[in-house]
Write a protein that binds this ligand. Structure first.
Ligand code: 5GP
Ligand code: MN
Length: 335
């Protein structure tokens, strides 16, 4: 993989560009994809954002979201755009299998593939150009770096600012995680000086849900959370019946994993959701417990040091049992 800087001189030349990200895109994935979309369009590029799956409805406010193609919903259109792409940008993921049913298609494409991502252990040989830096707060920060680093800061418009800010807020936990470096704050200062209305973005991200999500959160915290004080660990296991009862849709479970972290002394929070095709794990830690290694070792996953995910085809009961055994094995690291 050659350095991302090598594409900078080529940016001004119009071409067909496809931008994609991981399945069930979150605010950083969608924000970085749309920020890049709004940037490249200014060069006359024919740009399409393709999401491997649907996304949370509460991201629909993002400028350009209505133009994003859902690969699962409209495969013919998505394939047409992918087949005609000169460049494919892969944002906020670093290995093709995180695009689920789009994986084989991406592997087959012969266009130039460009990676921009901040997760650990990238599959670098799959990409022609790129940057992988797990020190970065968010992929949105990396898109900002690309725009300013390539000398086109003057192209940062309202749409780009809003998309970048949303991803930064989401991935830094509103500036609380250690990844909120001074350069993140400089970035925000720059967006503010360009006119960003930040309060609007917070409302769009955090005050934009339906009643059922809040009721579901209350139910889950009351009935589905276990705390293992010997391991400084909290576990939330959500059965399918809860998702059906509360009409839970894509994205409605996001943020839930953060609540148990507010209990004093908790070092690791694990949440597992019983989805149709798999049981999806989320892990969050504080301090020196490495979620990435834990998720990789026990749950076919990965991610960041303090936030990672995983999956399994085991039943909910079986995977919860495996989790309990895994924390026993990791007891010394959790104390
Ligand atoms: P979340 O718990 O919010 O789904 O994910 C936490 C972090 O881990 C995100 O940065 C996400 O992209 C990453 N992640 C989630 N699931 C997986 C997975 O199965 N594999 C890998 N490599 N990363 C994941
Ligand atoms: Mn991210």
């Amino acid at each position: 993989m050659k350095p991302i800087q090598e594409i900078y001189p080529q940016l001004a030349q119009p071409r067909n560009v496809a931008i994609t990200t991981h399945q069930k895109p979150d605010a950083d994935a969608m924000g970085s994809s749309l920020a890049l979309f709004h940037f490249l369009k200014q060069f006359g590029d024919n740009v399409t954002v393709i999401s491997p799956t649907n996304w949370a409805q509460w991201l629909d406010w993002m400028p350009g979201c209505d133009e994003v193609i859902d690969f699962e919903f409209n495969p013919a259109k998505a394939n047409e755009m992918l087949d005609s792409a000169d460049w494919l940008f892969c944002l906020d993921f670093n290995i093709f299998h995180r695009t689920k049913t789009m994986t084989e298609k991406l592997k087959q494409l012969h266009c130039t593939k460009i990676l921009i991502d901040h997760h650990r252990e990238p599959d670098e040989p799959s990409f022609d150009y790129g940057i992988s830096d797990y020190g970065k707060s968010s992929t949105c920060e990396m898109i900002y770096d690309l725009i300013t680093g390539s000398g086109y800061a003057d192209k940062i418009n309202e749409a780009i600012s809003e998309c970048i800010y949303a991803g930064v807020i989401a991935d830094t936990g509103s500036f609380r995680f250690p990844s909120s470096s001074s350069s993140v704050h400089h970035l925000v200062a720059d967006l503010k000086s360009r006119g960003l209305q930040h309060s609007k973005i917070h409302e769009n991200l955090f005050d934009n849900f339906l009643e059922n999500k809040l009721r579901f959160t209350g139910h889950v915290l009351l009935h589905r959370m276990q705390v293992f004080y010997d391991y400084n660990t909290a576990l939330v296991a959500v059965p399918k019946s809860d998702l059906l009862k509360y009409h839970i849709k894509t994205g409605d479970t996001e943020g839930l994993v953060n609540y148990p972290q507010t209990i004093r002394g908790i070092k690791l929070v694990a949440m597992v959701i019983d989805r149709d095709e798999e049981r999806k794990w989320s892990f969050r830690s504080k301090g020196d417990f490495d979620c990435n290694t834990f998720a990789r070792k026990y749950f076919e996953g990965g991610g960041h040091f303090n936030a990672a995910g995983g999956r399994t085809t085991d039943s909910l009961d079986v995977t919860v049992q495996k989790f309990k055994e895994a924390i026993k094995e990791n007891k010394s690291l959790l104390q």
